[in-house]
Each structure stands twice: as structure tokens, then as C-alpha cells.
Write a protein that binds this ligand. Sequence first.
Ligand code: MTE
Length: 337
Amino acid sequence: MLIKRPKGWEMKEREATPESVFRARRRLIAGLGLGGIAAGGLGYLALAERMGDTAPVRSAEAAPAGPVADPSASLYPAPRNEKYQLDRPLTGERFATTYNNFYEFGSHKNIHQEAQRLRVRPWTVTIDGLVEKPLTLGIDELLARVSLEERLYRHRCVEAWSMAVPWTGFAFAELVALARPLSAAKYVRMETFMDPSMAPAQRQSWYPWPYVEGLTIEEATNELAFLATGIYGKPMPAQNGAPLRLAVPWKYGFKAIKSIVRFEFTDRRPKSFWEVIQGTEYGFWANVNPKVPHPRWSQATEQVLGTGERVPTQLYNGYGEHVAHLYADKTGERLFM
Ligand code: MTE
């Protein structure tokens, strides 16, 4: 995420990144003659282009770091749901798993190594708030109660880069059915783990930890809303949000909260992490719209991760037929930021 200018709660990358990592990355960038390209933002795309390393790769060719001895490993790969087709090639696994946003581990994109500190077992998920019976269960118990499938989805970051990946997971509607929300519940508020001993950036008190996101119940039960537990036919690597993250492909990527520990059903619209930090730039709805620029850059096009190609961005990231009706009566709302 790009932040306008450091305020009390903001930081420079140097401050966010462990010194050794910061220096190593600077050396790498300098060595490649890319000193003029920002290390964050679209730096990785430029790097891939310059190195000629742009061809998409399939899962078998790549060996990204992932959870060790994950007890759910035998559940993968799950059968693919062919209903969700892509209009572009899949992003190479090594790009999708090495160019990440995971602020709990630092504010740069090369976060996959630090993210290996994430311990994903035991992992407890709490479902509470306005529900018939609050529930706390281990991730493996949850996995046993849902049906896993693979879906190919696009992902459009608000920073104007995109990828297309095979998530494994289950429909959010299945979790809502488990939760049995009361009729007063209008929203689902989701929360990421909070453990500064594992995620050092959570010691930075100017961020409003833990990471929080929210959806309306209608959005959460829309068929596209997906809780992802794996990617590329394997359990989710730490850096992509193990063991449970959201995929809502019609919204900007910051809505796709990672490493969720709590789903709270509520009658109050949740205020998300980025909304608290900079509400004029990152709102609750955050639906993709090429015609509504971010206050500081255009959203008309996006750079495809791994190929560096720039392609037009589509309204609702191309998923309008599934979701446009959700917003028909929301006049006066800032639906696209
Ligand atoms: N979830 C948490 N907990 N922390 C984060 O920093 N970053 C968000 C989102 N979910 C983030 C998060 C942003 S800005 C994006 S674009 C996506 O995760 C990136 O997902 P990816 O790394 O799997 O591509």
C-alpha cells in the first residue's frame, strides 16, 4: 500500500524493514542497476522485466517456501470449479508467492522470508457476535466441515498491479451457514492474528493493529466471496495469508485480509485497517473501477505481475455480472474507494 506522507502513524520503509533486509534489498537493487526504481510499489515487476524473467510458470516448476508439515496437506489439490474462468494466463507461482503485501512482517514486497515466522498450528478461528451460538474451532476442524474447491480468480491491488491465481478454499457462504447469524447482523468483521513476537511490525504502534476488514452479509454470501486456504494446489504459504484468507476478486486487494482468526457478525459497519489509517483514500467498499482514480494515481490500467504487461482495468475487476446488483441501492456511498 502506498501512503501519502509519513504522519505520526506512518513510517518510512527503512523504519518498517529490519535493517539487514533493507540493506540487502538495496544492494540487490543497486547491483541490478535499478536504483532509480522504487523498491516498493511496482519495483518487482520492473525487476522481472529487466531480467527477462517474464514467462508465466505452472505450479510444478516453482518451489516457494510454504508451511512445514502442514496437517492439511493431503487435502490438496482440491477439485477445480470450472465455473470461474480467467481472461488471461495464470500468474507464475514464484511471482505470486514472492511479491506480497503483509504489513505485519514489514511494508516492503519481498516479505516472503520474514513471513515464515508465522506459526499456523495451532490456529484457532472464532465466530462470534450476533450469531445463534458463538463458535471457536481449530483450523483443521473448520477444514473438515467445509468443501474445498479450487477457483481461478483475478486479484487487483489498489496499487495498480494484478495477478491471476488458483486459490483453494471454500465459499464464504459456508462459514456464514455455520455461524447462523441473527437477523440483526448486517456485517462480518474479520480480524488477523495479533502476535508481535511472531510478526515484529506489530510492535509499530502507529499502525492500528490487528488488521481488520469487513463485508456486508450480502457480500459475504455472494457466490464469489471465497475463504482461501491454499494456492497453486497446495496449502497457503505464510506470505499469502496462511492458513485462512479472504478472496473477493471484485474489490481492491487490501480487502483480502490474511491469516484470519476471528469473524464477528455485527450490526455496525466495521472500520478497516486502511480506512483508519487513511480514510480519504481507502474506504469500506473498495470496489474496482477504472474510472474512479485513487486520489494520487489512475486506476485505468494495471500492471500484470510477472509479465509487466499493462492492461485495462475492468469495472468490478470484470466480475460485474456476479456483484453489480449488490450496489444498485447504495446511492451516495463511496463505492469505488
Ligand atoms: N492482510 C493482512 N493481514 N495484512 C496485510 O498487510 N495486505 C493486503 C491484503 N491482505 C494485507 C492483508 C493487500 S494491500 C493486498 S494487495 C493483498 O493482501 C496481497 O495479497 P498477496 O500478497 O497474496 O498478493
